[in-house]
Each structure stands twice: as C-alpha cells, then as structure tokens.
Design a protein around this ligand. Structure first.
Ligand code: TYD
Ligand code: MG
Length: 482
C-alpha cells in the first residue's frame, strides 16, 4: 500500500504544503512551517440510505430575528452586531498583553450581573489570580463562575455539569486561551495547529449544542511553534481582533468577520488602572494638536473624516517631507498602507507634476489608529502637499475622497455621516469629491473633480517640489549625497 505523504502545515495560519519551505506564502511568516503526520482519509462509499435521516425545517417557520444578549458595554455590544447571539462562537485575537482577558472578564461580569450564566475557563491564570483582577476592576460581586484548566476533556465535562445546573436562559462561556487547551487524544503539544484546530472544533460544537455564546481567546504569535488565531477563523461565526499600539492607551476591538453583523465595526476603549473604559467620542482621541480651534495650525497635518463601520471617526493624518540624501528616498508609513502611499505620490507626480522623488516621506496616522479606507487618499494628499509647501492646511477643515490613477477625486460612501461628525466637532469646512453632492448645516464644502484642484490650495507646493528636485540634481553632480 502506498504510504500517505507527509504534509507541511504553517503553524501560524494553517496553510498546507507538499514540501517544506522557509516562508509561508499564505501569511508571509517565516519558519512557521512544520511537518505533520499524514491525515487519515475520509472513508469512501458513503451512500444514501445508510445514515440516520436528517430533518429539514421549512424556511417560513424560522424566527425572523435573533434575540441577542447585551452586556451593556456599548462599544463591546456594537462590535458584535448588537449583542451576543446564542449558540455562536466568537474568536477574539490579539497580541499578548493587549487586554483580551481584561475586556472579556469585564464583559462577562456585566453579562452575569444581568442574569446571563457566565463561565470563565482560564488555561493561563489561577482562579485566585483572576479573582484578584476582578476585585481590582470592581467586579468581584458579579456571579461569574471561574475555573482554571487545560484539559479539553475535563473542560467539556465541567461545562456540561455547570450548564445542567444553570437555570436555563442565556449563557456565555470564555476559553482563555485556545492555545493553552489540549485534547488528550491528539499527540501533538498544546498550541500546535492540530491541537488548536481540534479544541476549537469541539468548543464550537459546545456552542451549537448548549446554545451558549462561546468566546475563544487566541494570542497572535510570532513563534512558529504556536498556532495563531487565524487557524480557527473559519470555524467560528465571529472574529474580533483587539488592537492597539504600545505606548498608546487606547484599544480597538475590530470585527473582521461576523455572520451576525457588519464587519469593519469597531469599539474603542482606553486602558486605565480600572481596566478598559469605553471611549464614546473617539474622534477626540485621534485628533492631534490641530483639532478644530485648538493649538497652532501646523504644516503637514490634515484631518480625515473617516468611517469605521457604521460610525464616523475624525483622524489626523501627519506627513513629513524632507530632502533625501539617499539614492532611494525613504517611504515610512505608520497606520496606513505603504502601497497606497506610493500610489498617491505617483498620481501627484504624473497628474499634478509634483515630484517627491528627491524627498524622504514619512506618513503617520495620529493616535496609533490603522486606517484602511481608500477615502483617506485625499487627506493623505493634503497632508503631503501641506508638508511639501510647509504651509498649514486650511483651518477647521476636513478632507475625504478617493483618488483614482487618472487623478480624479472619486466619491466615497456615507458623506453625510462624515460631514455631520465634522460639524459636531467644530469643523467648518470640508474638501471632498464633487460627486458627493451632500450638504450639512454648519459646514461649507469645496467639491473637487480632480486632484489638481487640491494642489491649488497649497500654492507653495510647486516651487518647493522644484527646489527639492534641483537640490538633488546639484548634490548628485558634486557627489554630496553619499
Ligand atoms: P490582559 O487582559 O491580561 O491581556 P491579554 O489577555 O490580551 O494577554 O492585559 C494585560 C495588560 O493590561 C497588562 O499589561 C496590564 C494592563 N492592565 C491595566 O493597565 N489595567 C487593568 O486594570 C488591567 C486588568 C490590566
Ligand atoms: Mg490573557
């Protein structure tokens, strides 16, 4: 009999390969691919008439809404699409130490206070340790049931017992973390792809059969020996990532997949001594010094009127443009896409005649937020022009709009929400796509067809670009630049 081929599996994302390689093509991580024992194959010859017949239920008899369980922590509930759906499995991923255990402890404590059966299983901390944390967070009175365990078999038995004792009604179970749980019928070590997959699979089944909402915590790891949360993404109903920058106190809970709600929804929190507190007006957090009416206006800054899911969010985009001594000038981006910056620079060059090729360009989204919307193009362009011209952008002005390769300013969705948020925070003017055709009381608009019209707002930019290019030519003649 032919020997089944060994397979090689990326421990970070679960991608499988026929032979070993150093870097995973799927997720880009290095040294994460390990050999795995051959899989047992699916038995052949399943034919009709041999199984226990499944039941089909008429679509028309199904309830048209799900009753969700809310924690009362609005930022948390909103990211879930308006609360927990019974029987759903939710993955919450994030870097170690970002606050996953903290947010879940706070959430289940609130849920428990409101009458939800709450079980918290920790594979990382002792029960007393979690108790101390709860005390510090002022949650010690909440009727949460704690357990410290690593064996999946024991955990499943414990959940069954606890659920049988519960009075019915909504329930929530937290497994913190999936990488510390092991199934004793699988040979590989806890945290490997095989273990994480098998444990997650069983725990998702617990959600379906007990009708409890099950949270699985997954640490994002750089260590190839430990499986990352991506391995379980496809098994669960909802995938949340908890993000934040070191050195910044805010945290963002972001839905990247949700069978029961919108993705791209975010919840904003700030990490304090008393745990995570909700930030109900996040725009204020991501506006730097140049927030409407405050501080001196500075060159190289533009306010982007963005959307995060259903909610508008104003963010300051900062750019620094400086003559470069390097043959290949630097392009450094924090909080935005490097490729997108290259595109905006190329369009400024090709369509507006503004050359940044002699300059280092640094781009930063204030507050450590990560912006993904193409609608930020126009604000990025404004920050780049303002930096190059060394002139502040027009005061109390927000920018939004997508830029096409042809140099057009293209319309984006939800202009009205963006304008309303800007007006609410004291901005008086918006530079936006002409096609938007939206008016909001209290805010004037400049409606652009082409990127060239934005360049005209920064008259000094052209001369500055010429000087930078000339300076570069001169220095390359005299060899100054090495
Ligand atoms: P934690 O929830 O344990 O992170 P994770 O489960 O994602 O690994 O959070 C740990 C960090 O949060 C730790 O560095 C301390 C900080 N923290 C606070 O600042 N305030 C608090 O009230 C708590 C509980 C934690
Ligand atoms: Mg933790």
């Amino acid at each position: 009999m032919a020997k089944a081929a060994e397979s090689f599996v990326c421990q970070s994302c679960g991608a499988a390969y026929g032979k070993w390689q150093g870097r995973c093509d799927a997720c880009g991580e290095w040294n994460t691919i390990l050999a795995e024992a051959p899989k047992t194959t699916v038995p052949k010859g399943l034919s009709a008439g041999k199984g226990k017949a499944i039941n089909f239920a008429a679509l028309s008899t199904q309830p048209d809404t799900v009753v969700r369980t809310v924690s009362g922590i609005e930022e948390f509930d909103r990211v879930l699409g308006g609360g927990l759906v019974p029987g759903s499995a939710i993955l919450i991923g994030g870097d170690p130490g970002i606050g996953k255990s903290t947010i879940l402890l706070q959430a289940v404590a609130q849920l428990a206070r409101r009458g939800t059966t709450a079980l918290y299983v920790s594979g990382e901390e002792a029960v007393a340790q979690i108790g101390l944390r709860a005390q510090r967070l002022g949650l010690a009175d909440a009727p949460v049931m704690l357990a410290a365990a690593n064996s999946l078999r024991d955990i499943l038995a414990g959940i069954d017992t606890a659920m049988a004792q519960a009075k019915g009604g909504p329930a929530v179970i937290v497994i913190d973390s999936i990488q510390t749980i092991f199934a004793d019928n699988i040979e590989s070590a806890p945290g490997t792809v095989n273990q994480v997959r098998a444990c997650a699979h069983e725990l998702v089944r617990v959600a379906k059969r007990s009708n409890a909402a099950v949270f699985l915590v997954g640490h994002v790891t750089k260590d190839g020996q430990i499986a990352g949360p991506r391995v379980v993404e496809h098994m669960v109903d909802t995938v949340l990532y908890f993000e934040g920058e070191r050195g910044h106190q805010f945290r963002i809970l972001r839905a990247v997949k949700n069978r029961f709600g919108a993705t791209d929804e975010i919840g904003v929190f700030s990490m304090t001594d008393g745990g995570l507190s909700e930030v109900t007006n996040p725009s204020a957090l991501f506006l730097g010094r140049s927030e409407a009416g405050k501080g001196e206006p500075v060159a190289g800054s533009a306010i982007f009127a963005g959307m995060e899911g259903t909610r508008p969010l104003l963010v300051e985009i900062q750019a620094l443009v400086a003559p470069s001594p390097l043959a290949t000038p630097r392009r450094t981006v924090v909080g935005w896409d490097t490729g997108r910056l290259a595109m905006v620079l190329a369009v400024l060059d090709a369509r507006c005649g503004l050359r940044y090729s002699g300059c280092d360009v640094y781009l930063n989204v204030a507050g450590g937020l990560r912006v993904v919307e193409p609608a930020a193009d126009l604000a990025v362009a404004a920050a780049l022009l303002s930096a190059l011209a060394d002139t502040p952008a027009p005061e109390r002005t927000v920018f939004f709009g997508e830029i096409s390769l042809a140099g057009e300013v293209r319309p984006v969705s939800q202009s009205e929400s963006r304008l309303k948020e800007a007006a609410k925070l004291g901005f008086e003017h918006a530079v936006m796509p002409a096609a938007a055709k939206t008016k909001v009381k209290g805010i004037g608009t400049s409606e652009l067809m082409r990127l060239n019209e934005l360049v005209e707002l920064f008259p000094a930019a052209r001369a500055a670009a010429k000087r930078a290019a000339a300076g570069r030519d001169r220095s390359s003649w005299t060899g100054e630049d090495e």
